[in-house]
Write a protein that binds this ligand. Sequence first.
Ligand code: P53
Length: 489
Amino acid sequence: MTFPKDFLWGGATAANQCEGAWNIDGRGPALTDVTTGGSKDTPRYVTFLDQDGRPGKIPAHGDVLPEGAAYAVLEDEWYPNHDGIDFYHHYKEDIALFAEMGFKTFRMSISWSRLYPKGDELKPNPKGIAFYHRVFQELRKYEIEPLVTIWHFDTPLYLEEHYGGWKNRELIAFYERFAKTCFQEFKGLVKYWLTFNEINNTVMFLDLLGNNASDEAYQNAYQCLHHQFVASARAVKIGHAIDPQNKIGCMICGITFYPLTPDPKDILENRHHWEQNIFYCGDVQCKGEYGSYANRLWKAHHVNLEISDQDRKDLKEGTVDLYTFSYYMSTIVTTHKVDEKVGGNFSAGAKNPYLTYSDWGWALDPDGLTYYLEIIYDRYHKPLMVVENGIGAFDRVEEDGSIHDPYRIDYFREHIKAMDTAIENGVDLIGFTPWGCIDLVSAGTGEMRKRYGFIYVDKNDDGTGTYTRSKKDSFYWYKDVIASNGKKR
Ligand code: P53
């Protein structure tokens, strides 16, 4: 038996992908509310009206709005995040189902624009606060420990439009106010916090999307990241001051990188990928300063960062208590010409002949999880948590309503084994919250049919569906896993 006695088994969600109720009870719009649905092969778009009032759209990742345009919800477009799976009105039922599976913890996020509809107000929206109070009380009823992400891809739209988003240093102060409100309001109800979801995506996606981003794009991405690092560090300090019981973590999109060949050039290139995409953020958030290689990364794209002395002090004083990460796949790095490429969203690059791939082109690689856990634990010696993991798949509902998802059970069985191995090898792993424990809107593609849940939600990509929840085979399987503390799997 390797899993510690009080291991935090649970599941994970994010506000913008499950709550819905996008314009109810005073909530303001977030960027995700002007983002359309897409698919594996078609991107999601962000929609706007141009300066002459004509509708238009740009791909959701990387591009900037044309001069004079304003974000807008357009009549003929589909915005899956508007309704999500309507967790806003179903949270009691959903939490009861989590409790039935035996969840010890539930990862969720707080929608910034539900608390601060525009983002720059001085006082929060009481109806927003009240909603999260109800959710946390409900969790407490079942003794489920909340694990709360403060920012999960959902900066208020107003801050994007009127301040230019995270490029602008002013966002640090707005985020700080938002985070402080969370720590104060939910003191005693929440102990585990994550400051920024997959903070490393900002830079990593420039590479993963594979369309040779400009130096300007890198400049912006690194500057945004720096502001988020400072915001995160300041939030950690505030969180600890408000309640010394608080455990606050970073959250990194964990991808395991492998070199394609033994060519030393590939080995070096691979190491540089780890630095740019994985260590860069972890080092700042866990060690409180930029890694020795940071100058090299900046130079490669002629990046010039504004970092003040106060920033450096904040980073040093605001290091995190835990390192948490998502893990879905590994990927291959090479300096050589690639013959066979992986197709799919966020999975450019060479195909790994030793692995199989999900329907969305993500490499299925449990050993990569062991590898990641061991490398990271050795680097930081902080408790780790796998706060996302899972397989997005097409599920079929049988005539009698049952849903057989052996592929999901197989996936988790192997990944739990991989965690078991890492613990055996000395890693301090304290929790596991599989992604989309209840089906929700995909972040990458905006689809419903890319399902992750143990719980099926009757909601479809054409907008139809009753929002009825039902249990998949994996629901009963995961319940046994938790009850046996990982032994029965
Ligand atoms: P979806 C890309 C690559 C790895 C993780 O992703 C990613 C993404 C962004 O799509 O995001 C995380 O829904 C993220 C969640 C997201 C989940 O992975 O594209 O933290 O919000 O839903 C799964 O299949």
